[in-house]
Design a binder for this molecule. Structure first.
Ligand SMILES: [Zn+2]
Ligand SMILES: [Zn+2]
Ligand SMILES: [Zn+2]
Length: 261
């Protein structure tokens, strides 16, 4: 399994528009974060894209991404779905629609936000071809080639949304980019993980995201072999944050690749 962090930033991205703080003004490329998204590939090349951010095109070009067997959506906030129109290039490359898996609530928002893609008429290059695949209930796995993807509920402020467990043979990785609470039913599934990636927005508490210390506490409880924070805002400088993390915990950057042999 191969995991690529396409983006690691919060909904504003880093730098934030009009901000002169030292992180937003930093010349270190690791302090430049597009909106959070993960690209998961199996040994044989099966590819799952988690969320389609407003910067999907830029992320795809930067990482030479050219295959998407399925999209899975955590939720329908704008920073996670607004790149869907750019799946048109994947339609062209693969000569077919892209399956998009999500909860019925999430896919209802996609259908509304990209209404033109679902109107009758001949398909063409100006309209993405999307196949909406709502999942029923929680915990039923989606099989995509040789990858098994399990949607698992999490709290995101007042919303119950989803993160994902990815399995390929004995390899296990989980991704929860927008989250400030994990129910026991989800925690029970997050064992024997090679990699756990969790929301760790900023030092201060937030109503819909784990703070850094809350995230580290949860990551310690889950006890994956390697732990990563994501959905990071401009209040966390890359190098200083990494230097302060406990052993086995890491701050990723855009384009960072993890290989699980
Ligand atoms: Zn978000
Ligand atoms: Zn800033
Ligand atoms: Zn969100």
């Amino acid at each position: 399994m191969r995991l690529t962090f396409l983006g690691t930033g919060t909904s504003h991205g880093v730098p934030a528009i009009g901000c002169d703080c030292t992180v937003c003004r930093s010349e270190n490329p690791r302090n430049r974060r597009t909106r959070s998204s993960l690209y998961v590939q199996s040994e044989t090349g099966t590819a799952v894209l988690v969320d389609v951010t407003p910067e999907f095109r830029i992320q795809a070009i930067a990482t030479e991404l050219r295959r998407v067997d399925a999209v899975v959506l955590t939720h329908a906030h704008a920073d996670h779905i607004m790149g869907i129109d750019d799946l048109r290039r994947i339609n062209e490359i693969q000569n077919g629609p892209v399956p998009i898996h999500g909860s019925p609530e999430t896919l209802a928002v996609v259908r509304r936000a990209f209404a033109y893609a679902f109107e009758p008429g001949p398909p063409g290059p100006t309209c993405p071809a999307l196949e909406l695949c709502p999942w029923d209930g929680n915990g039923s796995a989606i099989e995509v080639g040789d990858l098994r993807v399990v949607p698992l509920p999490c709290q995101h402020g007042p919303f119950s949304i989803h993160g994902f467990l990815f399995e390929e043979g004995p390899r296990r990785a989980a991704y929860f980019p927008d989250c400030n609470g994990l129910p026991d039913t989800t925690l029970r599934e997050l064992h024997d993980l090679d990699v756990m990636i969790l929301d760790g927005l900023r030092p201060q508490p937030h109503p819909t995201h784990f703070s850094l210390s809350e995230s580290l506490e949860m990551l310690a409880r889950i006890g994956a072999r390697r732990s990563f924070i994501t959905h990071i805002c401009h209040l966390l400088e890359h190098e200083a944050t990494q230097a302060a993390l406990p052993e086995g915990c890491f701050v990723p950057w855009d384009g960072c690749v993890l290989v699980l042999p």
